[in-house]
Design a protein around this ligand. Structure first.
Ligand code: CA
Length: 713
């Protein structure tokens, strides 16, 4: 059949109209109205999809009945990335995401073809912060043609979304300070807001700053904890907060850093920030005569235009356990006692699920969603937790659950208004806290060395039945709707859709979909590498896609207990993977989990006294190489590394920065004796853990054999 060119173009136009506009809702201008629209189907415009931060999509093309057919549509290999944790955005057919070292890529959301790449050259700016921190970042934001990114080293950068070129840059904190940024900036009403992390790295005082999205000019700043009263308070809120502190708290900074959890309420024109834990953790040091220590571990409501304080709700008064409240702040409208109420849903580290009236800041309800040994319940009269005696390790060590990883960390919680359930990546672990033997009176945090003012060790009450679970929580009834126990810790964030689905990636590399009402597993896909990021979904030209960044990341990826997952440093390709119902991409499989073998050098005579000295030096290394030197995915396993075997090579790398380009910071102040002590500590660690390694490998082989055996019958 032959068409004239005129007929052909008519046919194309008609078919485009039929395929694209029947059900799709796409914004034309990407402003607050678009970001607030829960009904649009084409895009993923903000960290939590919309201003409500629900991570709920109304698109139901992929649903419980056909999700089993989900296949890889396209993928992008990211060979230089390590530990991907971020939420991509999709705007008008383009997928934007931030990777390791804050490199941003714009990709065609249908084909996966790279459009542009923006490298903020973090390596040039990072300086000392490389010693304390984190090459990963959780997200970017989009507003009226601009992308906003906040870099590890503390810059906030606006980028032209079309071309990937830089529009403006501001430095958000003193580069000499031991602060860093891992969070996504929050953009609203022509302003862009960012806070920072680093509470544990020095005497820090948390704050957030709002800038003009157009020019980068600073508009307002809000401090989270009060400074030295002698210097005068910035505002009445700080004066009020200071009454809840004792001693000379400002010498310790106080903490409260807002590194995650910013939500703009477009209905009420209010900004909520989730605030961090104390600096240091131990209140006996920070505020020796007690006190609630406002605004630590709170949700603080601010006037988004001026930064003026409106109200706060503190989840953990006088916190002493790293129970920050930086987790997701989700906005919902719930029917409570026959009335529709505008609420905040919040499940912070401390293990309680909070429903808060967002007009008044009043607590509506709070119930524990995990075992909580630090507090029995929340007193609804005072809105405060009723603590268990001894929980503040007053006179003796105390087993605490949740532990400082939290009952829920930054891995995204989602909320589905159709099922009325919140989906929480939940953690279950205990720890023993003790400050016995610490000189509380003279303790002082030092910039870049930091400290927490308390010691942690394994809890006698471990293990729990399972380390993690995916929990569906009913915020109206304040009870568990369903729970799926997981035998691996530190799993990814969740996405929920009108297709009656919940998606979550796990740290063992499995991406799963669950029936949103029952928790039944309806789809599983093995991506071959641990997942920490949350999936997103979008719809272009009648086709729904599901995208996720793959790469094991975040605090738990730096080794220690995560060693047994086998996601050794740079052994597995990090990827961006996009699925669809008719996908047919041929994605090469990744190698199996890899476990670095500790090297034992029989010629190296280990000096126990030197090794003990080296253990102290190792404090500088553990932020990346992990406690106990078990390597994770963030940095090499030092026990297996060849570099410490040769004195000169070791000095070149540790002191002189020979591997700076690879991400290894230099420690110019370290002397020969300290370097030698470290070498002895590493060799001793390798020797001591070799039998453990051999035992583990043997166990795995036995397990594998029995598996094959079963399959053989
Ligand atoms: Ca913390």
């Amino acid at each position: 059949m032959k068409f004239s060119s005129k007929t052909l173009s008519l046919v194309i136009t008609l078919s485009l109209l039929l395929s694209c506009c029947a059900e799709e809702v796409q914004p034309t201008i990407y402003n607050d109205e678009a970001i607030s629209n829960e009904d649009q189907t084409s895009d993923w415009l903000a960290y939590g999809r919309t201003h409500n931060e629900r991570r709920f999509s109304p698109v139901d093309d992929i649903n419980v009945n056909n999700v089993a057919d989900l296949k890889v549509d396209w993928f992008m290999d990211l060979p230089n990335d390590v530990g991907l944790v971020s939420t991509p955005l999709v705007v008008n057919g383009v997928l934007y995401f931030t990777g390791t070292m804050n490199i941003i890529r714009a990709v065609n959301a249908v084909t996966g073809k790279l459009i542009w790449e923006f490298d903020p050259e973090v390596g040039k700016h990072i300086g000392n912060k490389r010693q304390i921190g984190w090459a990963h970042n959780r997200g970017i934001s989009f507003y009226e043609g601009k992308l906003f990114t906040a870099t590890w080293d503390g810059r906030l950068i606006a980028i032209d979304a079309k071309t990937g070129s830089e529009l403006w840059t501001v430095v958000t904190f003193d580069p000499k300070r031991s602060l860093y940024i891992t969070g996504a900036p929050k953009v609203f009403k022509g302003k862009v807001l960012i806070g920072n992390g680093g509470t544990e790295n020095g005497p820090t005082r948390g704050f957030v700053t709002a800038y003009d999205a157009e020019t980068g000019a600073e508009i307002w700043k809000f401090y989270i904890v009060p400074g030295n009263p002698a210097a005068g308070f910035e505002n009445e809120a700080m004066e009020m907060a200071a009454k809840t502190w004792t001693g000379e708290w400002w010498k310790h900074g106080g903490g409260g850093n807002a590194w995650h959890g910013f939500t703009y309420d477009a209905d009420l024109d209010v900004l909520y920030i989730g605030t961090g834990n104390g600096s240091p953790w131990n209140r006996k040091i920070r505020s020796p005569e007690g006190g609630d220590n406002l605004f630590l571990c709170s949700i603080v409501a601010l006037n988004p235009h001026t930064g003026e304080y409106l109200w706060h709700y503190q989840t953990t008064p006088g916190e002493s356990w790293d129970y920050n409240s930086n987790m997701d702040i989700i906005l919902a409208d719930l029917m409570i006692d026959g009335e529709e109420v505008k609420v905040i849903l919040h499940a912070p580290k401390n293990g309680f699920f909070y429903v808060i009236n967002r007009k008044t800041g009043k607590l509506i309800s709070a119930e524990p969603f995990v075992e909580t040994t630090w507090a029995s319940h929340i007193d609804m009269k005072t809105g405060k937790p009723v603590e268990i005696e001894g929980a503040r390790y007053e006179n003796s060590p105390f087993d605490i659950t949740p532990n400082p990883w939290g009952a829920h960390n930054w891995h995204a919680m989602s909320y589905n208004p159709q099922t009325g359930l919140a989906y929480i990546p939940t953690l279950h672990q205990a720890v023993n806290f003790s400050d016995e033997g610490i000189d509380l009176e003279n303790w002082q945090a030092v910039e870049f060395s930091g400290g927490i003012g308390v010691r942690m060790s394994g809890a006698e009450s471990e293990p729990r039945k399972y380390p993690a679970s995916l929990q569906a929580w009913d915020p109206v009834k304040q009870e568990l709707a369903w729970s799926v126990p997981q035998d691996v810790f530190w799993n990814g964030g969740t996405l929920t859709t009108a297709g009656n689905l919940v998606f979550q990636g796990r740290s063992d590399g499995k991406l799963l979909s669950y029936h949103a009402k029952t928790g039944e597993v309806v789809w599983t896909y093995d991506v071959g590498l641990g997942i920490s990021a949350p999936p997103i979904t979008y719809k272009i030209k009648g086709k729904q896609y599901l995208s996720i960044l793959v790469g094991f990341g975040g605090g738990y990826s730096r080794g220690g207990p995560s060693y047994s997952l086998g996601w050794a440093y740079r052994k597995h390709m990090n990827r961006l993977i996009t699925f669809s119902l008719d996908g047919n991409a041929d994605m090469p499989a990744l190698p199996p989990p890899f476990f670095p073998k500790p090297l034992v050098d029989s010629n190296f005579m280990i000096d126990d006294a030197l090794a003990l000295e080296g253990a102290k030096e190792y404090g500088k290394c553990r932020n990346c190489h992990g406690g106990g030197m078990y390597g994770g995915s963030m940095a090499p396993d030092l026990r297996a590394s060849l570099i410490p075997l040769v004195k000169e090579t070791f000095a070149a790398v540790v002191r002189d920065g020979a591997r700076n380009q690879m991400g290894m910071p230099s420690f110019p102040d370290i002397n020969d004796d300290q370097l030698e002590a470290l070498r002895h500590f590493i060799r001793k660690g390798a020797k001591q853990t070799l039998p453990q390694y051999e035992h583990m490998i043997k166990n795995m082989a036995t397990k594998e054999k029995s598996k094959t055996g079963t399959l053989g019958h």
